[in-house]
Write a protein that binds this ligand. Structure first.
Ligand SMILES: [Fe+2]
Ligand SMILES: [Fe+2]
Length: 262
């Protein structure tokens, strides 16, 4: 099991992006405007879009640029999601050899969960590259910690490894739910004001819901495989959940601030 090659390419592409706010270029690029805007059914417009009065047969929906706070939210959300999915692939990569060696029947399950995490990671690699979000500056640290966590819990035994998955997926499930809730609140506000939600944001929430569901599937697999029998379960899951919350908090706030060549 090896890490996807796309990871290095996507991160390099992101780090080589211009030093400017990640969504700022989109303000002047119509092809990106859909991600930045909401649209409305009543055909009203703001100054950034063509007036429907000039072409009534092709009326443009009203568009509402995101606020800076909303841009910051989307930036930090994509940043932390990408870092978290990298950590997930590394946890499973480190867990699989000792775990499968001792419990060969777990090989299909580990391969299945890894494949899904790899898919999540590729998804957020693409999104941060597309929207010029810099990855967290603590990327190398999270890589070391995730690998250490995966290896150490697998060496502790099957129950501990599954308890690790239970703890991580509990936090990640809550994390994605919080992002989905925030987006739904944004959508509701826009719709109250008569705007529609742009397709890219609709696609984003669909993606977040799919990935959230897959994370919760992993949580169920862990519990089905005796995660609760880990000793001491409360301490192991408590420490890991606390670590996840800390990593999420930091990753949301600390971004790569220099162009570097990997
Ligand atoms: Fe994931
Ligand atoms: Fe997961």
């Amino acid at each position: 099991m090896s890490l996807p090659r796309i990871k290095t390419c996507a991160v390099r592409q992101t780090l080589q992006s211009p030093l400017r706010d990640f969504l700022l270029p989109a303000l002047s690029q119509p092809t990106r405007r859909q991600f930045l805007s909401t649209t409305t059914k009543n055909n009203a417009t703001v100054s950034s879009t063509p007036s429907p009065s000039t072409d009534p047969s092709r009326s443009q929906p009203k568009r509402k640029p995101l606020t800076q706070e909303q841009r910051d939210f989307l930036s930090s959300a994509l940043r932390v999601n990408q870092a978290g999915e990298l950590a997930a692939t590394l946890i499973y990569t480190a867990q699989t050899p000792p775990l499968v060696n001792a419990h060969p029947h777990l090989r299909p399950l580990m391969a299945h969960m890894y494949a899904q995490e790899e898919g999540h990671f590729n998804t957020f690699n693409s999104l941060i590259a597309k929207h010029r979000v810099r990855p967290t500056a603590l990327y190398p640290l999270w890589s070391v910690l995730a690998t250490g966590l995966g290896w150490s819990t697998a060496v502790m035994g099957r129950e501990a490894a599954m308890a690790c998955t239970e703890a991580v997926e509990t936090e990640i499930g809550d994390h994605y739910n919080n992002q989905i809730r925030t987006l739904l609140e944004m959508f509701e506000q826009w719709e109250t004001e008569g705007y529609e939600v742009g397709k890219e944001l609709q696609d984003l929430i669909t993606t977040l819901r799919r990935i959230r569901d897959e994370e919760l599937e992993h949580l169920d697999h862990a519990v089905d495989n005796d995660a609760k029998k880990a000793e001491p379960h409360w301490l192991l899951t408590g420490v890991i959940r606390l670590g996840c919350r800390g990593a999420i908090w930091v990753s949301e706030r600390i971004e790569q601030t220099q162009i570097t060549d990997l």
